[in-house]
Design a protein around this ligand. Structure first.
Ligand code: UDP
Length: 412
């Protein structure tokens, strides 16, 4: 069982003391997080770590998950695609079902939500829950994890109807925030350095992935870890690998992914990836179960370079995870990747498969730069993207929202 104390070695005493200080006025308060999946994707990954730490700090914290039918997830996947800029027309029947599923979930969650002091609703899936609590006691915050910088307007307009009543919203980047009639806060996500996904592993466990997945330890390896989603551009990663391979014949590529229970499009994209890979023995397409955290950890560690060639990205925890392992990241020049990949310092930002290939070759031919960028990347994560910073910002936000004088907050 991890405790806040274990963080001291990583972030120092002061950081942990400050968390305790911030949590003191919130002791015993009931906090509920709601999202739409317990497994798969960045939100579940964060909540699995954030919730126990909030409890350890004395807040009475719960994590609830809404359930839906297949049409519900079809609809919410459309929302996801539309918020990230695709022009999607969503059939009326799917919208009515979305609202009905939320009403049913609201009834099931009523005991958990009606007396909560703070409710965090993550992403669009559970956004309409608030409408079923007209007499709410606590503060309700909508937390958007998506790259909503250029949403498809009709869908945003529809969703905005559910969001206006929230007491506040949280976005990962200033670029994502949208006009809404409540205070908006910018809080980027984070990784837990003590989780199975990120903790140091014994050398034998790291190298075991070579045999297990048929990777040659003597040849360079580029890896992308992602759900099979078009915004993650796995086919673009294969194109860039092919371009690099002309100059680096030994190059190997791992595309490691799996499904999230709330993502119905994965299979279609996966088939596109198989077609693009065309049975190339140096491309390993790995379908991993959602609890394969240590395997992903090891794969990130045996990689020379980690790629995250997304065309839209809310944040990109996979980028943070790789950087924490001292890997330079070649990332799509978009959304949350820009916050983490500081061009030429912690990795490279790219817009095309050609750009990704160029940077891959450059790094593989300049091992000293590859290594120093990786070290810079790790320190950048320590300073900005660990769970302790994330927790501090959530605690501060709750103190502010629950204060009688939100314009003047004393934390002594
Ligand atoms: N992940 C995983 N297995 C997979 C694919 C992804 O465990 O097959 C994890 C990945 O390590 C990261 C999270 O899921 O922690 C994905 O978060 P990210 O912010 O990168 O993207 P999202 O899926 O939320 O769009």
């Amino acid at each position: 069982m991890q405790t806040l104390k274990s963080y001291i070695d990583i972030v120092g005493h002061d950081v942990i003391d400050q968390l305790r200080q911030l949590a003191a006025p919130l002791k015993g308060r009931k906090i509920v997080h709601v999202n739409s999946t317990r497994m798969g994707g960045g939100v579940a990954e964060i909540l699995a770590k954030l919730v126990p730490l909030m409890n350890e700090l004395g807040l009475d914290t719960h994590w609830e998950v809404i359930n839906g039918n297949a049409e519900f997830y079809q609809c919410t996947k459309h929302f996801h695609n539309a918020l990230q800029g695709n022009a999607v027309a969503i059939p009326e029947a799917l919208l009515r079902n979305f609202e009905e599923v939320n009403r049913q979930n609201a009834e099931q969650l009523r005991p958990a939500l009606e007396d909560a002091d703070v409710v965090f609703i993550h992403d669009p899936q559970p956004a309409p829950l608030l409408a079923s609590f007209p007499q709410r006691k606590g503060k309700w915050i909508w937390r958007c994890h998506i790259d909503a910088s250029r949403p498809h307007r009709p869908v945003w307009k529809y969703l905005r109807g559910f969001l206006s009543d929230y007491d506040a919203s949280i976005w990962s980047l200033p670029d994502f925030a949208q006009p809404l009639p409540h205070p908006q806060y910018i809080i980027p996500p984070s990784i837990d350095p003590l989780s199975e996904k990120n903790i140091d592993l014994p050398e034998s466990e790291i190298t075991a992935v070579y045999d297990r997945f048929g990777i040659d330890p003597e040849r360079p390896l580029v890896t992308q870890v992602s759900r099979f989603d078009r915004f993650k551009d796995p086919v673009g990663v294969i194109e860039s690998y092919r371009l690099s391979k002309r100059f680096q014949p030994g190059l190997q590529l791992v595309l490691a992914g799996g499904g999230a229970t709330d993502d119905p499009e994965g299979e279609v994209v996966l088939n596109e990836v198989y077609a693009a890979a065309n049975d190339d023995p140096d491309i390993k397409i790995l379908l991993l179960p959602s609890d394969a955290h240590r395997t992903i950890n090891a794969l990130q560690r045996v990689s020379d370079i980690v790629m995250q060639k997304s065309t839209r990205e809310g944040f990109g925890l996979t980028v943070t995870e790789a950087m924490w392992k001292g890997k330079p990241v070649i990332g799509g020049n978009t959304g949350g990747i820009r916050l983490q990949v500081i061009n030429h310092h912690t990795g490279f930002l790219v817009s095309t498969p050609e750009g990704a290939a160029l940077r891959t070759r450059y790094l593989l031919n300049h091992r000293d730069i590859l290594e120093s960028m990786g070290n810079t990347a790790r320190e950048f994560v320590r300073d900005h993207f660990l769970l302790s910073r994330h927790l501090r910002e959530y605690l501060t936000l709750m103190v502010v929202l629950m204060s009688d004088h939100p314009d003047r907050v004393e934390l002594s």
